[in-house]
Design a protein around this ligand. Structure first.
Ligand code: HEC
Length: 129
């Protein structure tokens, strides 16, 4: 009876190990993805969700969505080493590793730029009743 229970336990646990083994690969992949997505989310405050910055009179931050990869990398490297003067980006870039910059370039270049919503000017009728 006792032996049967142990055997049963071993079977179940080895079974779950096998599944865990398979899932482990997935987790490693998605963890690096989550890391890059988290980093990318930290850019959203100024560059918009998924790099789609809202262009307005107040904020005119660059749209990162669909940005050319090598241009993106060149700019962040220039911010990082001080070649491109910046108000804030040198601080962000200095905190990033080259590998993270490369992966952020992959991430943002793959995002679809969403054309800004343009509001149609409306004529106001001064004599409206
Ligand atoms: C606090 C606001 C802010 C945040 C957060 C921010 N940026 Fe920026 N970004 C700017 C500003 C402002 C500029 C223009 C350069 C400058 O003055 O720093 C810029 C410029 C850039 C440029 C150059 C764009 C061009 O057209 O040449 C890239 C690329 C960029 N940012 C990427 C990022 C990434 C990637 C992150 C997140 C890791 C990020 N930014 C986070 C404000 C921000």
């Amino acid at each position: 009876m006792h032996k049967q229970l142990i055997a049963c336990f071993i079977l179940i646990s080895s079974g779950s190990f096998a599944t865990k083994g398979l899932a482990a690969g997935d987790i490693v992949l998605s963890t690096s993805n989550i890391h890059i997505r988290t980093l990318a989310a930290s850019c959203a405050a100024c560059h918009g969700s998924n790099g789609n910055a809202v262009q307005s009179n107040i904020s005119n931050n660059s749209v990162l969505a669909g940005m050319n990869k090598s241009y993106f990398i060149a700019q962040l490297m220039a911010f990082k080493n001080g070649d491109r003067p910046a108000t804030v980006m040198h601080r962000h870039a200095k905190g990033l590793q080259v590998e993270e910059i490369n992966q952020l370039a992959d991430y943002f270049s793959a995002q679809k730029p969403i054309p800004a919503i343009s509001l149609k000017p409306q004529l106001l009728d001064v004599n409206h009743d």
